[in-house]
Design a protein around this ligand. Structure first.
Ligand code: AN0
Ligand code: CP
Length: 317
């Protein structure tokens, strides 16, 4: 695998899940595979889970890891070509990327959507420049439109906990004070459709996601109706995608918070969230602390998901 930017690049999901199960059971089985190979993790945005789990995954495979926080200590980067660089940006991405590529064998990139220019975000301008100019295999650690390592960890977690062959999974929007990208919900929707789950999306009017990610899913604006009979509730906030409202917060409606009352509508569902989560905005203390909450095992599976993907990339090197 030379590139991992979408869950669909895993090919057959069953095969990928088998590899993940093996990685989880014997995490040090390939501790020689990454010997003398260097992974560079480039962060344009904050992270706790991705930063730690991806490093841990690479260390389990015997790799060396370098982490660069672009906004802390590196030169300020220009991303647009053709700009007269007479402002505060000292270096262009078009030099910085091949330089970074020359110091490593593989690159992970985190670059969130800016949420002001939908076209630029949805064209994945930054991530694609890394793919084009680094000369090295590149994987996404959440880019503008997807978070595939999260989605893979989510699917692994669902597979570990499901009680029926084809569980009902409900992804519900929930309120948040700040504008967040659509990457996590886009990617999760893509993963649910790719995995053939019984999948329903519930969001307020004005919050429909890009159709390219939700085609094949049921979308409703009635959260209570969606939750009926659910086996998994996947909560997430996202900002508006549609038209003029792109990147805006249109609602902070607290009746969408996932509470014990809401969970009572489900079929004893498990609660999931990618974290970080704002308690008592997205989900009540009671629900996130309940035995049905999978947020910690879900986060733990980020090591498994990253290690499975990096392992495949090392095998292809
Ligand atoms: C980010 C988001 O919603 O995309 C990262 C989630 C993994 N969340 C925040 O910025 C709070
Ligand atoms: N879920 C996730 O990607 O968390 P971080 O933003 O902390 O990496």
């Amino acid at each position: 695998m030379k590139e991992f930017t979408s869950i669909t690049q895993l090919g057959g999901l069953q095969q990928a899940l088998c590899e993940a199960a093996r990685v989880k059971k014997t995490p040090f089985a390939d501790s020689e595979l990454g010997k003398n190979r260097t992974l560079l993790l480039v962060f344009f945005n904050n992270s706790l889970r991705t930063r730690l789990s991806t490093q841990k995954a690479a260390l389990n495979l015997g790799m060396n890891v370098i982490v660069l926080d672009v906004n802390q200590g590196a030169w300020k980067l220009e991303t647009e070509r053709g700009v007269v660089m007479d402002g505060d940006k000292s270096e262009h991405l078009l030099e910085a990327i091949p330089v970074m590529g020359s110091y490593c064998d593989m690159i992970g990139v985190r670059s969130f959507a800016g949420l002001s220019d939908r076209e630029s975000d949805y064209n994945e301008v930054i991530l694609n420049q890394f793919i084009k100019y680094s000369g090295k295999p590149v994987f996404s650690m959440e880019a503008a439109t997807r978070h595939p390592l999260q989605t893979f960890a989510d699917i692994i977690t669902i597979e570990e906990h499901k009680k029926k062959a084809r569980p009902k999974v409900v992804m519900t929007w929930a309120p948040h004070p700040k504008a967040l990208p659509q990457a996590v919900p886009n990617s999760f929707a893509e993963g649910m459709i790719y995995g053939g789950y019984d999948f329903v999306i519930a969001n307020p009017e004005g919050y429909d996601l890009a159709p390219e990610f939700t085609e094949g899913a049921i979308v409703t604006h009635d959260q209570n109706e969606a939750l009926r009979g659910a086996d998994f509730v996947y909560a997430k906030n996202w900002s508006a995608y549609e038209g003029e409202n792109y990147g805006k917060v249109l609602s902070r409606d607290m009746s969408w918070t996932v509470t014990a009352e809401k969970m009572a509508l489900t079929d004893g569902a498990f609660f999931m969230h990618c974290l970080p989560v704002r308690r008592n905005m997205i989900v009540s203390d009671e629900v996130i602390e309940s035995p049905q909450s999978l947020v910690i095992p879900e986060a733990a599976n980020r090591v498994v998901s990253a290690q499975t993907v990096i392992r495949r990339m090392l095998l292809g090197l």
